[in-house]
Write a protein that binds this ligand. Structure first.
Ligand SMILES: C[S@@+](CC[C@H](N)C(=O)[O-])C[C@H]1O[C@@H](n2cnc3c(N)ncnc32)[C@H](O)[C@@H]1O
Length: 217
């Protein structure tokens, strides 16, 4: 994602009630944070937040945490959420965290997360950048530290290189693939209830097929 610096974005995010500041303090205590025992699902690299905000609106009995490392991008998710609230959609089951995914084991205790969503993750196409891919063994090892034993990871992309890589890197990391499609929008069972992300809308409008896999431990 090309980033434009937005003056004041750090302060804006730092002062937003939609963002959980010092999230490490909630490690092992996210149930208390949300005030219920509902499952906790996270999107890593939520971008401008369309997917996680719509998921939270549709599923009030599930708690959602959107993770994004750039405040310039989180700012846009906050603005979108403010607009939703003005339209009467209040999302008590959603919070955002401004953090790099590498640090997530400091934020979640073992078994605390029920599901991980990776949507249109940056492809990092050069071989020397492979460890930055969110489906690399480096990250799959981190996810294992806090995903429930029977939890799942769902990954969508239109990027053939990243998808092919992930079909190898995920099993190599000791995970199993429980479902795979190379045409999500025409796969009746896998597409059921699908919520499109900003990137998914953009790339499917160009005619790109959307790939999806589900991985379990
Ligand atoms: C290509 S965008 C996709 C955004 C959104 N998920 C969608 O599908 O529209 C990828 C996002 O992941 C974020 N991201 C990439 N690596 C990350 C990391 N290590 N930790 C947190 N966020 C990350 C980027 O900043 C960017 O906003």
């Amino acid at each position: 994602m090309r980033l434009r610096h937005i003056t004041g974005s750090e302060d804006f995010v730092a002062n937003s009630d939609y963002v959980t500041h010092d999230p490490e303090n909630n490690k092992g205590r996210w149930t208390a944070f949300f005030g219920n025992d509902n499952p906790i699902r996270i999107e890593i690299g939520m971008g401008k937040g369309q997917f996680i905000e719509n998921m939270a609106a549709r599923n009030p009995d599930i708690n959602y945490i959107g993770i994004e490392r750039y405040d310039t991008v989180i700012l846009k998710a906050i603005k979108k959420r403010e607009a939703m609230e003005k339209d009467g959609v209040k999302l008590d089951n959603l919070t955002f965290i401004s953090i790099d995914a590498r640090l997530l084991a400091d934020v979640f205790a073992p078994g605390e997360v029920d599901r991980i969503y990776l949507n249109f993750s940056d492809p990092w196409p050069k071989d020397r950048q492979a460890n930055r891919r969110l489906t690399s063994p480096v990250f799959m090892k981190i996810y294992r530290e806090f995903l429930k034993a029977d939890g799942q990871l769902e990954f969508k992309t239109d990027n053939t290189g990243l998808f092919d890589y992930s079909l190898e890197s995920i099993p190599e990391s000791g995970w199993k693939l429980s479902a795979v499609t190379r045409d999500l929008h025409n796969d009746f069972s896998m597409n059921e209830g699908n919520i499109m992300t900003e990137y998914e809308e953009k790339f499917s409008a160009k005619g790109n097929p959307i790939y999806k896999l589900i991985a379990v431990q």
